[in-house]
Design a protein around this ligand. Sequence first.
Ligand SMILES: [Zn+2]
Length: 313
Amino acid sequence: MIVCGEKLERGEKKAFSMPIKGGMPLLGMAVCGEKEGKTLLITAGVHGCEYVGIQAMRRLTEQIQPKGLCGQVIILPLVNRSGFLAGAKQLVPEDGKNLNRVFPGKEDGTLSERIAWAIEAQLYPLADFLLDLHGADINEQIVPLAFFPTAAGEEVCSLSRAAASSLSLTMRVCSTSKNGLYSWAAQRGIPGLLVERGGLGRWSEEEVNQCLENVYELMGFLQMLPEQPTKSEQREIVRAVYEQAKADGFWYPAIKEGQIVQKGQLLGRLESVDSDEVWEYRAEFDGVVMYYTLSLGVHREDPLVAYGSERAE
Ligand SMILES: [Zn+2]
């Protein structure tokens, strides 16, 4: 395997540096297992304040060894370096863009677009499966869950869904997104998942260990390590609503992550900063809250609450 110019033989583990045009290179670790198998690409820190995945990949970078591994693992633990260092919510500070909305990137675009372009050009071609680690942002909380693609090739979707089912998570969520790191990869024929864990700008040893457990479970599913039994009952969310702020305002949520809600139930109230207008957000159907925003102040179009159901109708 050759990763960004670093040649690895069977049984080798090497750090690599991925050049970004006009920016700092991204540092990663590549491991070539003792035996043949699939190549798993793992990315974290696309959003710089979603710490659990970032810390878990620092840990995995130390832990993982070629011995006993079938196949290859490529880890990119901190995709949005400047956002991480600045403590910037969602965005790459240099261009103010959400890196998970700019795929496919551009070779001569803004920094976010150039990072996206480099990942697609240099790492996608190596990957048989892609895992992108996220969490709720500094003002959000979430139920640990996996998003899997449903708007890509049939084989990609079914393999991704089966992979999600193999993880110790209580929810897997159908996604039709196409412009993110893993969702664009799905468009290019690479199955993958976006796994979310943690929030509020925090991380704990427990969450890092649970994240690592999911990674090892995925490697088991991909036959790279011995298979592990999943430890949780999982529901599939096939229908979801992602409510956004209708205006700049004060946000008063009335729910928590994981809460069961009934049709018509109040999810939260938004009061305009600039007028007397008030909006009530109510559940359109019976479901469960996946994540929600806790900050009092929200911009127009900021996410407020996401909930979903196992039933299509
Ligand atoms: Zn994220």
